[in-house]
Structure formats: C-alpha cells, structure tokens
Design a protein around this ligand. Sequence first.
Ligand code: ZN
Length: 100
Amino acid sequence: MIKKEDNVIVVAGKDRGKKSKVLRAFPDRNLLLVEGVNLVKKHQKKRTEREKGQTLTKAMPLNSSNVMIFCGRCEKGVRIGSKVVGEGKVRACASCKSEI
Ligand SMILES: [Zn+2]
C-alpha cells in the first residue's frame, strides 16, 4: 500500500521514469496524487478586463498501478513486502528488505 510522503517512481504512462513524492493518497479509489506527475494544463479565463488569462498546470491523481515504491537501496521501483520488527510488521522492500 502506497501512502502519503512515499517516494515513488512512475512505471507507466507519459511520466514513465519520473521519481517523485506522493502528496495524497485516495485508497478507496486506487488513486495517488504525485508531485509533478500527470500534469494537466488548465486555462484560466480572465475574470476582469485588467487581469491576464493564464495557463496553470495542475497535477491530477493517477492510478496507483502506474507507480511503484522507489527503493533507495535498490535504486529502482520495487514491490512492497513486509518484515517483522519486534511485535509488529513494517513495510519493507520486497527485494532488499530495507524498511520503507
Ligand atoms: Zn530495496
């Protein structure tokens, strides 16, 4: 499960290969808002005569299957596993077992 603040890498779509950070997670809809990823241009109409119309770029949530957790030790996108620490379980990289 990918959560807010996780470092991820995009593995599909136009932003493939981009590394970034999760700004927000929507687990019920399987969506993630990732910083600087899936940017959409929005034209803002000028509201007054003196104001200039402008183009804003906005990050849109993307399907969580398009990103993977980025493991700093493996230096690649990895599957998440878990490991037992004391009484509980923590998320860990599935290949090198370092904590995520
Ligand atoms: Zn790893």
